[in-house]
Design a protein around this ligand. Structure first.
Ligand code: PEP
Ligand code: MG
Length: 837
């Protein structure tokens, strides 16, 4: 066998060459601690190249390893990958113990403690390095050590290795090999590591944590990992040597409070040193660190330091406080917070410290968490609401009639649907936690039961919806309140200074608009006017208009709708106070407004005062095989032009009214689902005529901007022609994705999990913009539109407008702004700032 000298085992000294890429993050971090003159035991870094050679079978020369045993005679070996997240084989402690060291330790720290160390190592070596059956090495009691050594000898036909250098060589070989195992590789790849990610190792002299005087090991950190508030947490375990428990073991809390004895009381000078080390580590490592330490007869050794794992809310607070203290610049604080973390702060969250009782999983369609009693219909939700009871609306999928039930619920759960389905879009707008596409559920609305695996839940049973993770939990989980605190506001102020593309909100109601303002949206990028008719009072008016089959009936129904719309727009203009408001003309997939069952038909017949047979016939006549590709958007506008005329009039009258009272308004009118330039010309001509009429009637002047939604592949390809007639183009990437893939927005949830699981799609394309396909159409549209009209405003208003990766793409594509649900505005603002830094 080839001998390989591990001259690459570099001692970690203040000036030695330790490189993160070669030796890993742990080695680099230890060097920083050494440079800070913290009491770090002698440590050696083994480079990734050497580890790779060891994995390939090169033997480590024992002589090269003897030096590391010069201190206590015991060493630990820890993994040191390039990123802490990438994991690595478990740490092996107490390497170097043998019969003679054991004997020496008996004299120093007592028989029981010495036995405990030797036993722990034999057990760990036998199972992890010699790969013997762990069940044979679970010894306990006074003869445990002798028994374990005997067991080892019997199984291996050789005594337990006594040469510390040989033990170490075997440990290194085993850890190097473990890194190459398929499970380890898959785990780290899931964390973003490349397939050939390197592994360094750190060999460190062990400070004894067993023996006379104050001995033990512990961890300390200086912030609360859930809230990010300053607080000393951790624990100190007396007579604990790693996982090895010695005689007289005792756990102490770190700080003094009513819970019992603490290190602060027992050894105030040690506690004070640890706090001092913590402050220094925060400043020098520019991060909140957890310090791992050992106390040997009252002396501290700092053996390791890791970045404190933290919740979303803590990540914001920590980044802001580091920047406020001048430890990191503002831009770095912005880069350190995952934009999605901000969405968690806006809502209640399931407390991560408490175990979860998972009953089902679905698509995390709208973040936040809420607990309520199960209801299976909008009517039941309203009754629960009236009784003051929190309820969760559980439906196979939602339809417009459910909106009032959604308003009355604290969360929504559907068996079907994807990220852009009705339930998902509405819930995000309302800021309600929502899970869709929970395909493992079986809802029986008649029996009022919900089956999840082998559990049967009834109406009235309590569940918790975690819309941030897509998990349905049994019972009432412990929730943390939203954290729209000072740190959150500060971070977004810094985001505004960093620049980047603008963020507007998709807002249909005054509440949405108020939320948009609260989060400093730069305007409304999409007001879906048909959504203004989803509520119980308005729905009949919309249905009446759809059902009108003579010009006279239609005129009457439009006359009824006009004042409603005028009021809606006036209110939005007032709230937005001069900021741009983009109003999209009706784009009602008609089926969303039609009843789906007999009861609904009967109810509709009653409200329209028409015979049931007539209503049924009319619904049948309007029913389309493929409503998403049917009489939608501009197609309705061209077939029944009076509808868009009415909306244009309402917009212009509201413009005059709002401008008279407050800031001047320049409304933006947007035409949906365009696929041909002629559609734009036809609509434009009529809208211009309505504008002229209103100017005349109201004796007022105003301007407006007319734009087009690019939602069909053809519109993207013909963006040049279309731009000629448009002041702005807004890419509706929901429909553009649906049509580019030929993938139904409402049905894709059924197989999306399988598709993503099998790697057909890297991500759900309704969630993260598909840069290769849909992105290419978008880039083509941008290029052709700008060639035709350099001054044109370009935006993205599909759900992707709130997705950080998609925002980075939009930034690179030179898009002027993105528009997303109001509650995603903070996420989008941070992502936009990060793209610009
Ligand atoms: C879109 O298609 O991306 C869009 C914003 O419109 P909607 O979601 O209303 O179809
Ligand atoms: Mg659309």
């Amino acid at each position: 066998m080839n001998m390989h000298d591990i001259s690459e085992a570099t001692e970690i000294t203040p000036s030695g060459r330790i490189d993160r890429a070669d030796h890993g993050w742990r080695a680099k971090c230890l060097q920083r601690l050494v440079r800070m003159q913290l009491p770090v035991p002698r440590s050696f870094a083994i480079s990734a190249d050497t580890v790779r050679m060891i994995a390939q079978g090169r033997r480590v020369h024992p002589d090269a390893l003897r030096d590391v045993f010069a201190g206590s005679g015991l060493v630990s070996v820890r993994p040191s990958a390039v990123m802490p997240d990438w994991g690595g084989p478990g740490t092996i402690l107490n390497v170097g113990i043998n019969d003679s060291l054991h004997e020496r330790l008996v004299g120093l720290i007592g028989q029981d403690n010495a036995d405990a160390i030797y036993l722990a190592f034999v057990q760990s070596y036998a199972t992890h390095i010699a790969r013997l059956d762990p069940d044979m090495f679970t010894q306990d009691g006074p003869n445990a050590l002798a028994e374990a050594l005997r067991c080892y000898r019997d199984e291996m036909d050789a005594p337990f290795p006594q040469d510390p250098a040989e033990q170490l060589a075997e440990v290194l070989r085993s850890m190097a090999r473990a890194w190459d195992g398929p499970t380890a590789r898959l785990l780290r790849q899931a964390k973003g590591a490349p397939p050939d990610a390197p592994l360094g190792l750190v060999v460190q002299e062990m400070a004894l944590a067993l023996g006379p005087g104050l001995c033990g090991s512990g961890t300390i950190q200086f912030i609360d990992p859930v809230t990010g508030a300053p607080r000393v947490t951790g624990r100190f375990r007396g007579q604990h040597h790693g996982a090895t428990v010695g005689s007289g073991a005792e756990t102490l809390f770190l700080t003094s409070d009513e819970r019992g004895p603490s290190l602060q009381d027992t050894a105030p000078e040690i506690f004070a040193d640890l706090v001092r080390f913590g402050i220094a580590a925060r400043e020098r490592l520019r991060e909140e660190m957890q310090i791992e330490f050992v106390v040997t007869e009252g002396r501290i050794s700092v053996i390791d330091a890791t970045r404190v794992t933290r919740s979303s809310r803590a990540s914001v607070r920590i980044a802001v406080s580091l920047a406020r203290d001048g430890v990191i610049p503002h831009d770095e604080a912005l880069m350190r917070v995952e934009p999605r973390a901000l969405a968690d702060l806006l809502h209640h969250q399931v407390d991560p410290r408490v175990p979860r009782k998972l009953i089902a999983r679905g698509i995390d369609a709208s973040p936040g968490a809420a607990t309520g009693r199960i209801v299976f219909s909008a009517a039941a939700a309203q009754s629960a609401h009236a009784r003051g009871e929190a309820c969760v609306l559980v439906r196979r999928e939602t339809v417009p009639e459910d909106i009032r039930g959604m308003h009355a619920s604290v969360a929504v759960l559907t068996e079907r649907g994807g990220t852009t389905s009705h339930a998902a879009v509405i819930a995000r707008g309302l800021g309600l936690p929502c899970i869709v596409g929970a395909t493992g559920l079986a809802i029986d609305a008649r029996a009022r039961t919900l089956r999840a695996g082998d559990q049967l839940l009834h109406e009235g049973d309590e569940i918790t919806i975690d819309g941030s993770s897509g998990e349905v939990l049994a019972g009432a989980a412990t929730l943390l309140p939203p954290a729209l605190d000072d740190a959150f506001t500060q971070l977004l102020d810094w985001a505004a200074e960093a620049g980047g593309l603008d963020v507007r909100a998709n807002a249909d109601t005054p509440e949405d608009a108020i939320t948009a303002r609260r989060f400093h949206a730069k305007g409304i990028g999409l007001c879906r006017t048909e959504h203004m008719f989803f509520d119980a009072e308005r729905l009949p008016a919309m249905r009446e208009m759809i059902f009108a089959d003579s010009p006279e009936d239609r005129r009457l129904s439009l006359e009824r709708i006009l004042p409603m719309q005028r009021k809606d727009f006036t209110r939005l203009f007032e709230i937005m106070a001069g900021l741009p408001v983009t109003i999209r003309l009706f784009d009602p997939p008609l089926h969303e407004f039609l009843p789906h069952d007999r009861d609904g038909l009967r109810e509709l017949a009653e409200s329209l005062d028409l015979p049931l047979s007539h209503v049924t016939r009319r619904v049948e006549a309007l029913t389309e095989f493929n409503p998403m590709l049917g009489m939608r958007g501009v197609r309705l506008g061209i077939t029944v032009p009076e509808i868009y005329d009415m909306q244009a009039r309402a917009i212009f009258e509201a413009t005059v009214e709002a401008s008279r009272k407050g800031d001047p308004v320049v409304p933006e009118i947007m035409i949906p689902l365009v696929s041909a330039m002629r559609e734009v010309e036809l609509v434009k001509t009529r809208i211009d005529a309505v504008a002229a009429a209103v100017r005349n009637e109201m004796r007022a002047d105003f301007t407006f901007r007319l734009g087009v939604m690019v939602e069909t592949p053809r519109a993207a390809l013909r963006a040049g022609d279309i731009a000629a007639h448009s002041a702005f183009l807004s890419f509706g990437t929901n429909d553009l994705t649906q049509m580019t893939y030929g993938l139904s927005r409402d049905d894709a949830g059924r197989f999306m999990g399988t598709y993503v699981g099998q790697g057909v799609y890297a991500e759900d394309p309704f969630h993260v913009l598909d840069q290769d396909g849909v992105g290419e159409l978008l880039l083509t549209g941008v290029r052709r539109a700008r060639q035709q009209k350099p001054s044109i405003t370009l935006s993205v208003c599909g759900e992707h407008g709130g997705n950080p990766e998609s925002i980075a793409f939009c930034h690179a594509a030179d898009i002027d702004y993105v528009s997303c649900s109001p509650f995603r505005v903070p996420v989008a603002r941070l992502a936009a700032a990060q793209s610009a830094i």
